[in-house]
Design a protein. Structure first.
Length: 99
């Protein structure tokens, strides 16, 4: 796929990077001030660390910024999936977030 066309708001190094299949994250952890209970904001903001599945990468992805482009595309697709869940109320998120 053409990552730049799929995610025009993100910046990619390669014009035509190698495609990869989006799979569910291997691991998701809540991190930061929400986890520690030290958030000072009135609105709830939760930081998460997401581990991509190992089958998303190939041995030579360190060349020509492929790793970085795949990581960027993965975050873009994750964002798209979360927007869908939030707008439909699926996944327990409920409601929509204004941008």
């Amino acid at each position: 796929g053409n990552f730049a066309a799929e995610f025009p708001h993100l910046c990619f190094h390669e014009e035509h990077p190698l495609p990869f299949a989006f799979g569910p994250p291997k691991r998701i952890d809540v991190v930061g001030s929400f986890l520690l209970g030290t958030s000072l904001r009135s609105e709830t903001v939760v930081d998460v660390a997401v581990e991509m599945p190992s089958d998303a990468f190939r041995s030579k992805d360190y060349l020509n910024f492929r790793y970085l482009d795949k990581r960027t595309a993965y975050v873009g697709e994750l964002h798209r999936q979360l927007e869908i869940c939030c707008s439909t109320g699926a996944g327990g998120g409920g409601g929509s977030r204004s941008s």
